[in-house]
Write a protein that binds this ligand. Structure first.
Ligand code: HEC
Length: 398
């Protein structure tokens, strides 16, 4: 699976370096006033960019690129030495020759693999936090502008799909995770064209503000994560626990994101007092619809955004009812496990977002005391952090 690159740390490093190098260059150009802005962020001025995404698929090319970048670095060092020693003609000429040879002899990867089409917003990042409110606002825009082609479920089966020049894609797959945020934004705002330059989808920049466009992308991902979960039984593409407003015993915690660095358990039981307290994680209670109950002792916080939280969580959970469910998020904020059996015991199958391919739990040394399912899940969440690739690059959470 190209998506998971945990077994090739050098490749993660290379992709990150390629990305940072290009973003750094863009910032520099923007700082110098050599490029402007589009949709609120610096515009990439070229029609091509270095691509990480294909290097993931083709590791041989990635290796070649790594060697070539190494050769450039070596050539630069040799050039610097040649400058230093320019009084000693013979030695400096020899160094220049070596620098040239390093660049010429480097195993350059093929151009088509390393360069891909870019748009001005290729390096844009979604500036809006992944909140329940943003997701729900995105859902409303989706119903207004996108549903007729892309379908109520995002599967590309809308009533007008068959009238389009090409069939609209399904979002219930890796598409939204494979593409860079900024290139999805470009498609939504300025449309999509086929290989001959004919429009296949019109752009929506006239009907959507930039912020609304980003909210739509948050919604699309939340919906796709839940639908993928229903279809495959896994959060095959990682999704974060949406940020939501809270009321907590600790007055300094007012949102989910204030707990970053802690394991979180979100429970949607009718009565949170049934839940045995567990000091290994922070417990957030999503109360049933209706007037907000008092904050019980058994939980750390109560989610206060009501139906908005219900809807957003229902999407990532793939089940709008969101009743009697427990969701676990890891210290980075990724949703990792779900228990739909109210307060029933956890087992290995509840771990729904794994960063290793195996479906078996790693062999545990024979312990004299049997370990319970929740302990095993928590350990795996900590030991196997989510590393995933979007637009060819490994992301953590902001
Ligand atoms: C009139 C039909 C129609 C409507 C309305 C529509 N789309 Fe599309 N969309 C398409 C078609 C057709 C494609 C496939 C284009 C292609 O692959 O050339 C597409 C492709 C896409 C893609 C994939 C782009 C890519 O580069 O692969 C995204 C993302 C997308 N649409 C988002 C949206 C959003 C968000 C909305 C609502 C604001 C929307 N679409 C409304 C027909 C539509």
């Amino acid at each position: 699976m190209p998506e998971r690159v945990a077994d090739a740390p050098w490749l993660i490093w290379l992709l990150e370096a390629i990305h940072r190098g290009q973003v750094g260059l863009l910032q520099l150009l923007y700082g110098l006033g050599w490029t402007g802005e589009v949709d609120g962020q610096p515009a990439w001025p070229w029609t091509q960019r270095l691509a990480g995404e294909y290097l993931l698929v083709d590791q041989a090319q990635a290796r070649q690129l790594a060697w070539s970048l190494g050769a450039i670095a070596a050539a630069l060092v040799l050039l610097a030495l040649a400058m230093l020693w320019r009084r000693r003609r013979r030695r400096s000429l020899c160094l220049l020759g070596m620098a040239l040879a390093a660049v010429v002899l480097a195993p350059w990867p093929s151009r088509q693999v390393v360069l891909v089409q870019a748009v001005p917003s290729s390096f844009h990042r979604n500036p809006l936090p992944f909140t329940d409110a943003a997701i729900v606002r995105g859902a409303a825009q989706y119903r207004r502008l996108c549903l007729q082609c892309h379908g109520a479920a995002g599967d590309g089966q809308g009533p007008e799909a068959s009238a389009q020049p090409v069939w609209p894609p399904s979002f219930i797959g890796p598409l939204l995770w494979r593409r860079a945020d900024g290139e999805l934004l470009q498609a939504v705002r300025y449309g999509v064209r086929d290989g001959q330059g004919r429009p296949t989808m019109a752009g929506f920049a006239g009907q959507l503000s930039v912020a609304q466009s980003w909210e739509l992308l948050h919604f699309l991902r939340a919906q796709a994560a839940g639908r993928l979960l229903n279809a495959t039984g896994n959060w095959a593409q990682p999704v974060a626990l949406p940020d939501m407003p809270l009321r907590c015993h600790r007055p300094d915690k007012t949102r989910v994101r204030d707990w970053r660095g802690q394991r979180l358990r979100l429970v949607s039981l009718a009565d949170a007092r049934q839940l045995p307290p567990d000091p290994r994680m922070v417990t957030l209670w999503l109360p049933p619809a209706g007037p907000l109950p008092a904050l019980p002792e058994q939980v750390d916080c109560i989610v206060v955004s009501g139906v908005v939280a219900q809807q957003a969580l229902g999407l990532v959970n793939g089940d709008a009812a969101m009743r009697d469910v427990q969701l676990l998020a890891d210290k980075d904020g990724w949703l990792r496990a779900r228990n739909s059996r109210a307060v029933g015991n956890w087992n290995d199958e509840d771990l729904l977002c794994r960063s290793t391919q195996d479906t078996q739990a790693p062999a545990t040394p024979a312990a004299p005391v049997a370990e319970d399912g929740l302990t095993r899940i928590l350990r795996r969440m900590d030991l196997e952090p989510v590393r995933y690739v979007k637009g060819g690059r490994v992301h953590g959470l902001r």
